[in-house]
Ligand binder design. Structure first.
Ligand code: M6R
Length: 367
């Protein structure tokens, strides 16, 4: 059932190209640039009238929501707020029928997220869910569902469901941009093409990165703490890397927006602190590099993940992982892979039960 893989988590990491392809298939026409999401039963008029969006989720699904905020605000020009479901369900909400609440959940059963959409619906919000489990409670209660077609996810640490959520959220962003006519059709068509192409990119990089990380972790797996940093769209990926590592290896790990380091966390940096920095050649590249220099000056043990051909990174540290250049907005899909594999390899090296970490359940159906 693990198809020759040692753990479900590893199998599921390697299933990610398929998860992207299956989630996107049939939903975007690459000749016309048209996006179709028929399971959203809300009328186009209702959706066009949406003035604000709440993205609500827990854990890894919340990280997908954080990425989506950047996409939706950029391409559909709708203000987005991202909430952790356990906060959303108890705080005062400014909700009416022109607000869309979008719940993101692999299981569709997470108690806090479910309570969140019930509350938003009672207050008059339209509700859509992005779910992986067909027929789950959230899909039955929402006004519409966008299924991620990642297939069953067994490992407690979410991997392929997250990548499929990102694909679904990017599609949904393109769909909103179509309804709102906020970007030209040709632009949407090209973005759709980039999304589809990302599956092939992930497919090609998986074995190579696994091998590289397998060697690299020998000098890192015994550490007590680990920081992950990134900027912009990759800040949520830093959070996701830290969550993955802490939940399966029990190493204390934190994710930070690189620009926040100087406001406190940089005090933690010394020669024993590993810092994985996401440094693609994107529009905030120079800014991230300045933050990295500050870490280096304090002897932090840097691992850099950047764009193929960027030799500047090798001057900063010997631990560099190169990923192919893709459209900047799709970097979160690509840069998640090394973070997942690093967590996996470290946890295995430490003898942890990666598929069934202590204290955790696959689906958190109690508050
Ligand atoms: O099923 P959901 O997506 O609603 O689950 C949300 C979180 O419980 C889940 O992502 C959790 O954080 C995972 N263990 C992360 O790997």
């Amino acid at each position: 059932e693990k198809a020759g893989y040692k753990h479900f988590m590893l199998k599921e990491i390697f299933e990610q190209p398929q998860a992207i392809t299956n989630t996107v298939r049939g939903r975007i026409n690459l000749e016309t640039g048209e996006v179709v999401l028929p399971e959203i039963t809300l009328g186009e008029e209702d959706l066009r009238a949406i003035e604000r969006i709440y993205l609500v989720a827990c854990g890894t699904s919340w990280h997908a929501a954080l990425v989506a905020k950047y996409w939706i605000e950029k391409y559909a020009a709708i203000p987005v707020e991202v909430d952790i479901a356990s906060e959303f369900r108890y705080r005062s909400l400014l909700v009416n029928e022109r607000v869309l609440t979008l719940a993101i959940s692999q299981s569709g059963e997470t108690a806090d997220t479910l309570a969140g959409i019930r509350r938003a619906a009672r207050l008059g919000s339209k509700v859509i869910t992005i779910c992986n489990v067909v027929g789950s409670t959230m899909t039955r209660e929402a006004d519409g569902t966008i299924y991620t077609h990642a297939g069953p996810e067994i490992g407690v640490a979410s991997t392929k469901a997250f990548i499929a959520q990102l694909a679904a959220l990017f599609l949904f962003t393109l769909y909103l941009s179509q309804l709102k006519r906020s970007i030209p059709v040709e632009h949407r068509r090209r973005l759709g093409q980039h999304l589809i192409d990302s599956a092939r990119v992930v497919q090609e990089l998986l074995p190579k990165i696994r091998e590289q990380i397998g060697t690299m972790i020998e000098s890192f797996y015994q550490c007590r703490d680990f920081l992950f940093v990134g900027r912009g769209l990759n800040y949520p990926i830093a959070l996701e890397g830290a969550l993955k590592l802490k939940e399966i290896s029990y190493i204390h790990a934190e994710g930070y927006a690189a620009g926040e380091l100087k406001h406190g966390p940089i005090a933690l940096i010394d020669k024993d602190m590993p810092v994985l920095a996401i440094t693609p050649k994107d529009s905030v590249y120079q800014k991230t590099i300045s933050n990295i220099e500050e870490i280096k000056a304090r002897q932090g043990r840097l691992i850099l993940i950047g764009t193929e051909g960027d030799t500047q990174l090798e001057k900063i540290t010997e631990d560099v992982i190169y990923l192919p250049a893709v459209h900047e907005d799709l970097n979160p899909i690509i840069y998640t892979i090394p973070a997942q594999l690093l967590s996996y390899e470290i946890a295995v090296r430490r003898g942890c039960d990666v598929d069934q970490p202590r204290n955790l359940a696959k689906s958190v159906t109690v508050e």
